[in-house]
Design a protein around this ligand. Sequence first.
Ligand SMILES: Cc1cc2nc3c(=O)[nH]c(=O)nc-3n(C[C@H](O)[C@H](O)[C@H](O)COP(=O)(O)OP(=O)(O)OC[C@H]3O[C@@H](n4cnc5c(N)ncnc54)[C@H](O)[C@@H]3O)c2cc1C
Length: 483
Amino acid sequence: MIIDFAAGAVGVDLNADIVIIGSGIAGLVIAREMAASGKQVLVLESGDISKSLAADAAAKGLTHIIKPDGEVLQQDHYLHESRQFAFGGAANKWGGKCAIMDPVDFKARSYMPMSGWPVDYQTLVPHVEKACRDMQIPTLTKADDWARADFSINNRYNFESSIRTFTPLTGEDTGSDYDRFKRGIATRPNIRMLINATVKEIVTNRSGDKHIDYVCIESADGEQHQVSGTTFILAAGGLENVRLLLSSNRQFPQGLGNDHGLVGRYFCGHAIFRLPSSVPGRQAGLCLPLAKDSLLLKEYVNKDSSTPHKLFKLSENAQRRKKLPNGTITLERRLESDGQVFYPAFFMLEQQLTEQSYVSLLPPVNGHSALQLHWHFSRQDVINLQAMLALFDADLQKSELGYLDYVFDETALFKYMTLASHHMGTTRMSDQPDKGVVDQYCRLHGSDNLYIASTSVFCTSALANPTITLLALCHRICTHIKD
Ligand SMILES: Cc1cc2nc3c(=O)[nH]c(=O)nc-3n(C[C@H](O)[C@H](O)[C@H](O)COP(=O)(O)OP(=O)(O)OC[C@H]3O[C@@H](n4cnc5c(N)ncnc54)[C@H](O)[C@@H]3O)c2cc1C
């Protein structure tokens, strides 16, 4: 049942077994799973049934990209373009590209500060499989044979193939697949969805043990109520979770879960580089004689969302030998002229974590504090990107396939960068309360009844599009609550 809090809360039961803050894809999947196990579920959504000007305004904030030389690039559009405050959240406008993280992404790597998750790949596999079913895509954990098709460069040491596929669950228009998915969940008998209900504070009991008593909700015209429940799930997205924890400072002056100053710290995202090539006006890419082109290579072209495609990724072995983070090379098109084939490509490399990348709250204006994102790129990030490109070029040449035509000008690098809408790391997971905000079950350290369901719990960004891993974590949360 969908209830509009803007019309008042008279007669609405503001108590439930499971209270979920945020109706994005994470909140919805948890709502469905918990309702299926017989729980009464109440979802609190700040936005309206579809996007609204007021919600767009609330998503505005500041974004500072800090280059290795200290220069600051102001990219304020990023915060509102990369989110949507409405029923269904950011997935109303997402690309629907699905990928799984690699086993190495969960492991500690001496050359990657703060790497290593308290869960490993194998532990997540059954949950990833459920996430693939949710997204109506093939089981990505079983796609190895397809991904490792025989192709000369993949038989070498440094690069392997990886798959990206697309879910049909996209679109916010009435009748779109995602619209049907989200309404199908929100209208189940034991799920109540309150829209236009912004959670302002999460309130703990007075014993100091972070047991959540209730949350305060407010409508656009200032009407306030308390919502109580047995278990609370914070699923307000990778950035907005930070606001709620920092603003919940009644018992904990630094903010809830922020005893070690980690809430908002270690933000990580995904940056995409489309570099120039040696030919003026042409993007960098793979260049080879027509005679060397193959059908297999065409499987790597990121054509459209109706077909899966492969990309090249650094193998775990190469990462460890070369002390490099995970990295990928994606071919975008196939161009042919004068007996030559050219595949323009984009490049992504996992960034090193730093506490200099963080999200914080600006001082309030008219009662609203905007978010501020500082996203720092280190010199090592640049060195790593350059090393991966050189390695790929060397492999192409050794395999006598062709070469990577690119120009690497460090001073101009950030002109060619775009930012993916993936927000990770701000409430990171760790088994040690002084190193993370949540434990391996995504439960707030020190709390028995607050879970965080978001990419904000990711320990490292890896390079896979994050939503499949997010949904796997949501399923793991549900299993943990049910057990
Ligand atoms: C343009 C774009 C393209 C993308 N493409 C891809 C892709 O191809 N593949 C991929 O894996 N990922 C992609 N993503 C990222 C993906 O959309 C997110 O990972 C995912 O949707 C996050 O879901 P969520 O439920 O955690 O958070 P959100 O979708 O952000 O949902 C959070 C919800 O909480 C609500 N909320 C916030 N604060 C409060 C509050 N105080 N009280 C009540 N409610 C609140 C918000 O209104 C929102 O509805 C893309 C994102 C964008 C924007």
